[in-house]
Design a protein around this ligand. Structure first.
Ligand code: OFO
Length: 168
């Protein structure tokens, strides 16, 4: 059993995760267009991870006996001035998603809905990791500044990303 309020909030987060997937795919396309294949690969993997996040919400809503409602998605940003700006926007986006997860957790606590609290804890922890990962990349960009060989190296490093094992 789940209240309409929690069901709506879970669906809202499902849609936010789907948008995250779409946004990261748009970021990947930006990097492909400027021949930074490593950064594009990183973004594509991030996009896939976000899709899996959305599916966790999808499955959980159904397990609660609720209804999945997919909503219209806004078009993601497609242009950036420089590679570093993309990762800065990614960091801002993750901070926005963290806030949204925290608000959802507040609602689950308010409504004493223990299954949702337990389900969301994974996302609370995951957001700490997501923000930290992107923050580190932004710091790498700060270190290399305008150095083209540094950009090349960072592209290679980000292209070496491998899939993380999803839990839960
Ligand atoms: Fe789903 O963690 Fe990023 O947005």
């Amino acid at each position: 059993m789940v209240s309409k309020k929690i069901e709506d909030a879970l669906n809202d987060q499902l849609n936010k995760e789907m948008f995250s997937s779409y946004l990261y795919l748009s970021m990947a396309a930006y990097f492909d267009n400027i021949n930074l294949g490593g950064m594009s690969k990183w973004m594509k993997m991030q996009s896939e991870e976000e899709y899996l996040h959305a599916m966790k919400f999808y499955d959980f809503i159904l397990r609660l006996g609720g209804k999945v409602k997919l909503a219209a998605m806004e078009a993601p940003q497609t242009k950036w001035k420089a590679p570093k700006d993309v990762f800065e926007d990614s960091l801002k986006h993750e901070q926005f998603i963290s806030k949204s997860i925290h608000k959802l957790m507040d609602l689950a606590i308010e409504e004493s809905h223990h299954p949702t609290k337990s389900f969301l804890q994974w996302f609370v922890d995951e957001q700490v990791e997501e923000e930290d990962n992107v923050q580190q990349i932004v710091e790498n960009f700060n270190l290399i500044a305008d150095d083209k060989s540094g950009l090349f190296m960072l592209d290679r490093e980000l292209g070496a990303r491998t899939a993380e094992v999803e839990q839960n």
